[in-house]
Write a protein that binds this ligand. Structure first.
Ligand code: SAM
Length: 445
């Protein structure tokens, strides 16, 4: 069978599976409201897996049915999708449609935005083709499920603007960084694409505190919580939090909001939040209202440098977005610092939560096999989004996004043993480790 036949057949099979699982809950792209199952909760695992296969196969089908020159032109002009989304976010098109009673003509929108009607039309028509907004009659627009999220108050528009403004600009520094003999191997954000383009010698985070960075800082403060909210449902749902024991230690916890969300869903858990001293007031702010739990020890906030031996004995050590900031040997040093505590509780698990960069291997014998059947199971969902996110975080924040195998290698060199991969119904995932037997640990540990 040809690739075309295989793709069409598989899409039909997986499509039936999604329909059978969701029954009458079939979603929409027209109404200005979320599809609860996919946008606010998580679809049943069976439906999610079938959806992933359909997405992978549809992407491959589109590549197959697109002439080469059209494919390349589409890819090299895809930045204009970013340009258009930036326009919609900045001009608050979603709000203007809502304020106009849920529907607006192009002329009304152009007037309300004080801009050129033809230019705005080019953006709106392009976005409608990408299923963000819907054109219900010639030059008459409404919000659909995706554009509705861009309304004020959600944080989505601010996150879009981080990427469509500073992220977009910083992207131009990626290739020069890759070609620079001095900086090509650097993961330090102060030497990365962002710093190159903005002409600074600091990473993006310290830059937020400068007068020039204040506007990005404002967008970050609203947009990043929105971004975190995407992964939080899978974080609290797609790990067997009830099976690990009673104490979770969040190492390098940041504001602590992620682990608080886990605690809310699994109230029996005691949580220990660890970060450096400057973060403690921020963590305390997150846990305002939980003073009683802090008194009983159910919630403990600790100053801890993760480059020093772990003293808190817990059942799970949760590290989210920590190892991505460092080179392999430094990441391994952080994980190895857990060993003294793991020795005291050898059943404890170490959970490394990151973007798990996907791969799509096509060998000569699988050239006609649909993409969905070639996707390895131990990697993030939404592979295309994961790749985009992975590049965008490295462009803006530096660091190193890794594959499943890369992360397992780091764990093993830290004296841990891989125990399980947890595929989240999301573009992040978790690699679970435990203490390796003494004989399998590197001799220095
Ligand atoms: C990328 S953030 C991740 C935060 C959090 N885990 C999350 O997912 O939102 C890394 C965190 O590690 C903290 N950190 C940096 N160096 C540290 C160190 N040596 N010891 C402990 N925490 C550290 C930072 O303050 C920051 O909160």
């Amino acid at each position: 069978m040809t690739l075309l036949q295989n793709l069409l057949d598989d899409i039909a099979v997986q499509g039936r599976l999604v329909q059978e699982t969701l029954v009458s809950d079939t979603g929409h792209l027209f109404e200005p409201r979320p599809w609860k199952t996919y946008d606010q909760e998580l679809p049943p695992r069976r439906a999610w897996e079938a959806s992933q296969k359909i997405i992978a196969d549809c992407e491959e089908l589109i590549a197959l049915l697109t002439p080469t020159k059209v494919k390349l032109v589409t890819e090299c002009t895809a930045n204009n999708s970013t340009v258009g989304l930036g326009v919609a976010a900045d001009l608050k098109i979603a709000d203007k449609i809502i304020e106009n009673g849920g529907e607006a003509t192009l002329a009304q929108l152009a007037r309300a935005c004080n801009t050129d009607e033809h230019k705005l039309g080019s953006v709106m028509h392009m976005l409608c083709h990408r299923h963000i907004f819907v054109e219900v009659a010639p030059d008459v627009f409404r919000n659909n499920r995706h554009s509705y999220e861009l309304r004020s108050g959600t944080g989505a528009a601010e996150m879009m603007l981080v990427e469509t403004e500073e992220g977009y600009k910083a992207g131009l520094g990626w290739l020069p960084t890759m070609k620079s003999p001095e900086r090509m191997h650097e993961i330090d954000p102060a030497k990365g694409a962002f710093a190159q383009v903005f002409g600074v010698d600091v990473g993006v985070l310290p830059w937020l505190d400068t007068p020039e960075g204040a506007n990005l800082g404002r967008k970050f403060s609203v947009g990043v919580p929105w971004l975190s909210s995407i992964t939080v449902v899978a974080t609290r749902t797609d790990l067997p939090w009830d099976a690990y024991g009673t104490t979770v230690c969040d190492v390098g916890c940041g504001p602590g909001s992620v682990i608080l969300d886990v605690k809310k869903k699994h109230p029996h858990l005691n949580i220990v939040c660890q970060d450096l001293a400057p973060m403690i007031p921020v963590i305390r702010e997150t846990f305002k209202g939980y003073e009683k739990s802090m008194k009983t020890g159910e919630i403990d906030i600790q100053v801890h440098d993760y480059f020093t031996p772990q003293e808190t004995v817990a059942d799970v050590y949760w590290l989210r977005g920590v190892v991505r900031d460092y080179e392999d040997e430094v990441s391994a040093r952080i994980l190895a610092q857990l060993i003294p505590a793991l020795r005291k509780n050898p059943k404890a698990k170490v959970l490394v939560n990151e973007l798990i960069v996907p791969s799509l291997i096509t060998s000569p014998t699988t050239a006609d096999t649909p993409a969905s059947r070639r996707l390895p199971p131990a990697q993030s969902g939404y592979p295309t989004t994961c790749h985009m996110m992975s590049l965008s975080t490295m462009v803006l924040m530096g660091g190193k996004e890794r594959t499943f195998r890369d992360i397992v290698k780091i764990g093993e060199s830290a004296g841990l043993k891989f125990s399980k991969f947890h595929q989240f119904r999301m573009f992040t995932g978790t690699v679970e480790f435990e203490l390796a037997p003494e004989s399998q640990r590197p001799s220095r540990l």
